[in-house]
Design a protein around this ligand. Sequence first.
Ligand code: IVH
Length: 670
Amino acid sequence: MSTPNNIALRAGELRDLLNKHNHLYYVADQPEVTDSEYDRLFKELTQIEADYPTLLTADSPTQRVGGKALDKFSQITHVLPMLSLDNVFDREELEAFDQRVRDWLNTADIQRYAAEPKLDGLAISLRYENGILIHAATRGDGEVGEDVTTNVRTISSVPLKLQGEGIPEVIEIRGEIFMPKVGFEALNVQQIAEDKKPFVNPRNAAAGSLRQLDSKITANRPLAMICYGLGEIRGMAKPETHLQAMQIIAKWGCQISPELQLVEGVEACLAYIQQIGERRQRLPYDIDGVVFKVDRFELQQRLGFVSRAPRWAIAHKFPAQQEMTVIEDIEIQVGRTGALTPVARLKPVFVGGVTVSNATLHNQDEIERKDVRVGDTVIVRRAGDVIPEVVQVVLSKRPENTHAFVMPTQCPVCQSDVERVEGNAVARCSGGLYCPAQRKEAIKHFASRKAMDVDGLGDKLVEQLVDEGLINDPADLFQLTIEPLSNLERMGEKSAINLVAALQMAKQTKFARFLYSLGIRETGEATTRSLASHFLTLDALQQADEASLIEIEDVGPIVAHHIVTFFQQSHNQEVIERLLDAGIHWPEERKIAADSALSGKTIVLTGTLEQMSRSEAKEKLLALGTKVSGSVSKKTDFVVAGRDAGSKLTKAEKLGVSVVDEATLIEWLK
Ligand code: IVH
C-alpha cells in the first residue's frame, strides 16, 4: 500500500517544525511555542510514523527518545584523526607555545588566536550527509571511535538535520558532550532517591550516560553539546578561519561556545584566561581551562601536528587543585620495564573533582627530596587528567616515631635484586620476564587499546590468567581455549567464548600497532609509527643497526639501543615468532609518496628560509619520502640554500652537489 501524498508532506512539515522549535528552545534559548503545543505536534508525528513506518526518517525528532538497546557499540574509523591537545599551566609555557608557532611559521607577527573555554566532557564527531545526521562517534584512540549515534540523537542541542543555506554533501562537526551543572545535581538527587550510586562529577556522569547501550536511558539524561571544530568536508570550500567556521555551523543550528573570541598575542590570551577564570564558577558547565587555536586554517595546515596534538592549538589548564590528607602506607609497584615506583596510599580525599586514594611518589630521590613518610599529613594536587601527586609534607603535623622510607633491595614481587644505574633515578627489578609483575604488565600493555586492542581483556583478567598459570607471555594468549577459561572465577562460558573471539579479531592489526604492543622501552605510539613507515617490514626493522635507526625522526641513541637490544634477545625473538605463527598479520605498509620524484633523495637545508622555518620545510620533505640530513657529503642529492648560507653551501659547490634556492623548494612542495 502506498502512502498518501498529503500524509508524507505533513510528516515532512512536522519534522521541520519540531526541529525548528527544538533549536529555538535548546540552542537559541528563544522558544516560540508552549510545551503543550510542541507535545501536540510531536504526538501527531508519532502517530503518522506508527501508521506509515516508511515515513520514519533518521532526522525525525521522534528518534530523540531513544531506540532499541544494543548488544555493543560498533566501531567507526575517523576519516581525519581526532586529535588531543597539549597543556600549559602558566605564562611562560604559553609564551613558549606562541613562540613555537611563530618560529615554525618564520614570522615575527603577532598571532591571532580563537579562544574558547575547555569543556570538561567527551569529544564527539558528528557526521552529516546532505544535512542529515548520519552518525556520531566517540574519539576512542583518535583513529577509531565507537558508534554512539542512537544515544547522541537523544541530545536536544544536537541538530538531527542542519538548517539553512550552503549545506555541503558531507561535513563532520566536532565538539564536546557534557552535562550542565544543574542537570548533574538533579540527576544525582534522582540517583540517590532510587538507591543508586551518585556520580562523582559531571564529566563521569556525561561519559556514563553516553556509553549506555540502552538509548532510552541516555534520553533521560540532561546532556548537551557545544561544537568547536570540523572534520571531513566534501562539497564545500573550507572557510578561512576557525571563527568563520563556527559562525557558519551556528547558522545551521549547532550550538557553539558563547565565549568564543579572537585574541591577538600572548597578553590578550592571558587577559582572556583571567576573564574566564573569574567567571568559572558561574558558568553553567564545568571547564578545566581555556583552548587557544591559531585562527587561520591555512596556518593551521602549515603548522600540522606532532604525534597526537596539533602545533596550532594549546590548552591552558587552570591551576591544579590541592587538598590535605594523610599517608596511610607506601607501597611499591613494579612496572612493565621493572621500574619500581613507590605509591602513597592516602586517606581518600576529594580533589579536582574526584576522590583520590593513591598518589605517585615517583622514585627514591623524590621521596628523599620531599622527605615523605608513612603517617605524614601531605598536600595532594591533581590537575585535570594528570596523575595525582604529593606536593609537600606538612611537617608541623608529623607524628612522633616516623621513619624515613627506604626502597627495597629485593623486588617485592619476585625477590630478584633491585638495580639502580648510576645517575638514573629509577630502581629496577632485575628479574625481567621471570618477574610475574613485569610479565603481567607486558601482557596488559600488549592487549591494551592502543596496542592489539583485545576487547574484554582487562587488567584484572590478565592478572588472573597469569596467577592461574594459563599464560606467561603475550603469545600464550592465542593458545587459550574456551574450556579452561570458562572454569575461571567470575568468567562463565559466554565471556570465555567472547574472549577467544576477541583474540581472533585482534590478530588482524597494523604494523605500527604490533610494534607498539611489543613494549620496547621508550618507544611510544609516535616512535612505533615512524618505525613502521620507515622500515615497512618487520624483517627490515629487525636487521637495522643503531646507526640507521638514529636517522629516524624521534629516535635518539638511547631508543636506538633499546630497539636493537630488544630484537637481539632470544626470548623476544621466540615470542615474536609464536605471535606470527598464531596468525597475527597486518596489511603491507607503503612508502608515502613513493612515486614522487624526490622520494629517496637526500637533501640538506641551509641558510635562512623566508617563507617557512627549516623545521616546517624538513617535515614536508620527509613526507615526500626524502631524507633530510644535517651535513653535506658526496651522497647528498640537493642542497637547499636560503639567505646567508655559509660553509655547507661552499662544501656543496666544492663537491659538485646540486644547489637550489627557496623558490625551487616551494615548487617541489607544491
Ligand atoms: S579542540 C585538535 N576545543 O579537550 C583540537 N577541544 O585535551 C581538538 N575540549 O579531545 C580539540 N573543549 O575533548 C577543543 N574548545 C575546545 C575544547 C576541547 C574541550 C577537549 C576535547 C579534546 C580534549 C583535548
